[in-house]
Design a protein around this ligand. Sequence first.
Ligand code: DC
Length: 209
Amino acid sequence: MIIAVDGPAGAGKGTIASYLANYYELKHLDTGLLYRAVALKALRENIANDDPVSLVRIALNLDLDQLKDPDLRLESTASMASQIAVLPEVREILTRHMRFFCQHISKPFNGAVLDGRDIGTVVCPDAHLKFFVTARPEIRAQRRLKEMQEHQTQNQQESYLEKINERDQRDRIVAAEDAYTIDTSDMNIKDACEYAGKIVEEYMKNLAA
Ligand code: DC
């Protein structure tokens, strides 16, 4: 079973994807980390966001260990990730990495759950289940700020709403036509996870019937 979870930053898609991965024994890939890993390496090597040749080289040489670097969580990395994500050459290579991940699922996993922006529309258009997780921008900005303070990765109090709006405009966030939309603005995240879980249950029940 392949599940796609898409949506904008701070809507809760990562939490929902992790919940489904644990509950249903699915391999999980946070695809934003791939974009962030390319961005972080580019920042460290002083590579500009409009240098596709160097960015493609980094993307081709990505390895899973690079996805564990704590600096991937920095806002500066997120911003660079969103800038390089507009380059089709980079998207194409990272999409290939994601598809490879989906094609290499073995026991004990029953499938995969990928969270990102274009999983249900581009990376896995044939996913068995698709979710589009969203929330109002001001709610997402508040959540991101709280998260950063908890992790103490950065303590700047700049306007996160502005950053969120900037990223929303740059990121390609389109819901797949056949996606279940979950608006988490007025929901606690536990309820949102359980709601997604119920949809998966329903899907499996129909398969068995
Ligand atoms: O989900 P995130 O904040 O970790 O993602 C970082 C950036 O990567 C995001 O601003 C846009 C890009 N991205 C993308 O374009 N497609 C994906 N499937 C995942 C992330």
